[in-house]
Write a protein that binds this ligand. Sequence first.
Ligand SMILES: Nc1ncnc2c1ncn2[C@@H]1O[C@H](COP(=O)(O)OP(=O)(O)OP(=O)(O)O)[C@@H](O)[C@H]1O
Ligand SMILES: [Mg+2]
Length: 357
Amino acid sequence: MTSGSKGTSRLKLTALISLGLCILLFLGSWALGFQEQPVNTTFYVFMALGLALLWADWARAKTPATGASAPKKQKAAKAKAQQTTAQPAQPAARREQQRVSSGALLNGHYAVEKELRVGGMSIITLARDTNTGARVVIKTPRYDTHHDCKINVEKLEIEAEHLSRFSHPNIIKFVEKFTHSGVLHLVVEYIDGEDLFTGFARVRAEERRVIRWADQILSALEYIHSNAVVHRDINPGNIMLRRDDSVVIIDFGTIKPPAITSGTEVRKYGFEVPEQVLWRYADERSDLFGVGGTLYYLLTCTPPGSIGNQKVDRLLTDNYGVSQRTARCVAQALQVEANTRFQSAVAMRRALCSGES
Ligand SMILES: Nc1ncnc2c1ncn2[C@@H]1O[C@H](COP(=O)(O)OP(=O)(O)OP(=O)(O)O)[C@@H](O)[C@H]1O
Ligand SMILES: [Mg+2]
């Protein structure tokens, strides 16, 4: 029993005693022959006291959390409830984020130089292979993201598995993978240049260059699709520019066979593929939408998400001086309905790049 209910019973008891005394006084007076005036002042005092106490008891019962300590208790209970709900579930794969310090030697021959980037899923570290002198990039999963970190680990495993089998001049080269302190480390070639998102945020790329890069990207996609998988995250942040002006596709953590559904991929804001967002569905044509978005960004410095209801080809020709052919191809790649896009990387490459040097 709580102290509140104890207080209530005490009140009720006192009230009943007072009223009981009233009845006794009344009956006693009657029995003693004071029929003319059966009640006196004492009777009124007890009657008033009894009724007051009964009213107090009723009021208390109507508001269960009364008494001086009740609001405090309510607050404490509320705070406790909030504390319980606010605590995030501990993701299964969460562990302390390990930062590789420069100078460390990993796997016996990778001398760490510096942390290059902290991506959405992973940490990109620059290292030198002491055996060959070549610079490499070591990619490790992030363990400090808000979403379940198990996903970051799984994506890196998927990326390592596919890259170890791929060989194409415009796909990042796999070097090796190893485990250090229980953490998967993926080693790939180092690209001494910027990703296209960073590199072309303010300066528009020349159309001729864009077509040449499109040719290389689509050639890599032909290769990827011929392996019965879809990249599913083609955007300028996942394409890098080498010093020799060739482009290379990176970040294969989202690669999967077509039509496999999944809700876990994180897409770059402004470059979302309609069917991936709406239906969690992706096939080869989703990657071609990604190419369309990348080309649009390179030619305009704005993501395709900002186009809205405007006509893509008109926008490109009228506002940015892009040729009709390129504008039409980009517009077709960016069709919301996958059936009206190019149906393969081969078809898009032929329409956009054939005849270009
Ligand atoms: N091999 C590399 N050489 C040089 N820089 C690289 C290399 N790989 C990745 N980077 C840089 O790190 C960034 C993030 O890499 P990546 O996309 O592979 O990681 P991520 O965790 O998937 O990141 P995000 O979720 O932001 O796409 C790239 O955009 C690029 O700037
Ligand atoms: Mg990426």
